[in-house]
Design a protein around this ligand. Sequence first.
Ligand SMILES: [Zn+2]
Length: 191
Amino acid sequence: MKQLKCLICGMNINDNGYDLNNDSFIEKNEKGRIINCPFCGVGKMYLDCEKEIYKVENKSLDIQSLQVLDHAMKLEIFNGEFYEEASQLAKGDKAKKIFKELSNIEFMHAKIHKRLGGFENLPKLHKPDYTRYNTDKLLFEEAYKREEHAILFYKKNSDKVSSNIIKDVFNALSDVEKQHETITNERASIA
Ligand SMILES: [Zn+2]
């Protein structure tokens, strides 16, 4: 198989890691049939062997676009840290695994925004106490709200960025969050 690359996160994809984070997808990757980037979750239209990855000249970005990217990076870190914590707090093994995988994906989204904005570091955020979410149901309900919020964020802010490349990336990531929204909603109803 030719080396596939994700045009959004830049990661190389091969047959060994094809099933990474598979519980974060509605339709899962199979050996020889990769339909999601295992690292950032975007769909197969963004996976290619030859094309260049999505890049912007961040020095030429206007302040508003940079502010939106900074905000997006923080939102993804905030959610990534919540999922990391949720994977510790969850009681069920499947729930733990799903939260861990969602955390991997959201942290990768933060790194995408970091690269696009040309930011030096990922931010250190204040971590709230999440122990009040003391059942898997409460954790999945909170997860669902966060996904809803993230989708809305990308929708609202897409108009505020000047670059079409960034708009495309927001759209691709928002589609990933829509899958998360469906999965967390489903899990909240059965937990
Ligand atoms: Zn990717």
